[in-house]
Design a protein around this ligand. Structure first.
Ligand code: C5P
Length: 289
């Protein structure tokens, strides 16, 4: 086997709560995560040349160690001792960048899963997730995927019952949010609301889609600058008007998504939002990798 393709799925946060700031500068989190069908394709090819090279169809992305996919390959090499000789990584990008949907982390996770197949190293997904911890906070979750509770920095993972089948509209407004900057803003404000995560977990156990959807909440929404919060609110309201059972921002944003039980309503919401925001997608939940 000389070459493989591994899908890298986007993630959404059904809930995101920040419990406090830690001594290491990170924050303790409690999040319910969900993989969705919007995905990048990560192609890994063994080449005769020395070293790792990375190419992507989105020219503005870094192609060195600043790209999480590249950093993941280096972390794999260090952790396993496998001599990667020549490795070419090609990213076919579809997941928006700086969107709160783990595009980069998911590419990194796909590199870890893919290298494990390509070099037949036989590691478990849990072992690959452990390697991913040093690459980025969302990488361990992205290695495992599906519906999971993520705690600590994001690396303490518990498998949850799968989100019931549904249709999800994701919409990214045309601005980027800096994750470290938003964490900084969180530190300077008093959080008034927190998600009802245990209620959402019970709804997941009961297979109650609308119970899940109406409990979705992300504390980062309270820390957004006013104008951006306004745009996020508008998209959320539009999704609800079109029939979403619930809507919420993902990660540090700005992507907003709505969960629908009715495919036609979801398609109409997506069609309308696409006229306003190019990066709008109609997707479905994806189960564990
Ligand atoms: O781990 P990662 O590189 O994805 O994190 C990016 C930034 O997000 C960190 O430098 C930190 O500022 C912030 N972060 C945090 N607490 C977390 C995860 C990320 O403060 N649990």
């Amino acid at each position: 086997m000389n070459s493989i393709i591994e899908p890298a799925y986007a993630k959404l946060n059904l809930t995101l709560d920040i419990l406090g700031r830690r001594d290491d500068g990170y924050h303790d989190l409690r999040m319910v995560m969900q993989s969705v069908s919007l995905c990048d394709q990560v192609k890994l090819t063994r080449t005769p040349s020395q070293g790792i090279t990375l190419a992507t169809d989105w020219g503005f992305l870094p192609t060195d160690g600043k790209n999480i996919a590249y950093a993941a390959a280096e972390a794999f090499r260090k952790a396993t001792g496998v001599d990667l000789e020549g490795l070419s990584i090609t990213l076919e990008k579809h997941i928006p960048v700086c969107a709160g949907t783990a595009g980069g982390s998911s590419d990194g996770a796909a590199v870890l899963r893919g290298l494990n197949r390509l070099y037949e190293t036989g590691l478990t997904l849990e072992q690959l997730a452990k390697i991913g911890e040093q690459v980025g906070s969302d990488v361990p979750y992205c290695v495992l995927g599906g519906t999971m509770l993520a705690e600590g920095r994001g690396e303490i993972l518990t498998r949850l019952p799968a989100l019931p089948q549904c249709h999800i509209v994701m919409c990214k407004p045309g601005f980027a949010v800096s994750t470290p900057e938003l964490y900084h803003r969180v530190d300077s404000i008093k959080m008034r609301c927190h998600p009802d995560a245990s209620g959402l977990l019970k709804a997941l156990e009961a297979g109650d889609l609308s119970g899940v959807a109406r409990r979705m909440y992300n504390v980062f929404e309270d820390a957004l600058p006013a104008q951006r919060a306004g745009t996020v609110r508008e998209i959320r309201n539009t999704l609800i008007e079109y029939g979403a059972l619930g809507a919420c921002m993902s990660g540090s944003g700005p992507t907003v998504f709505g969960i629908f039980s009715d495919q036609e309503e979801a398609a109409q919401a997506a069609e309308h939002l696409k006229t306003l925001y190019q990066e709008t997608f109609l997707v479905e939940p994806v189960s564990a990798m």
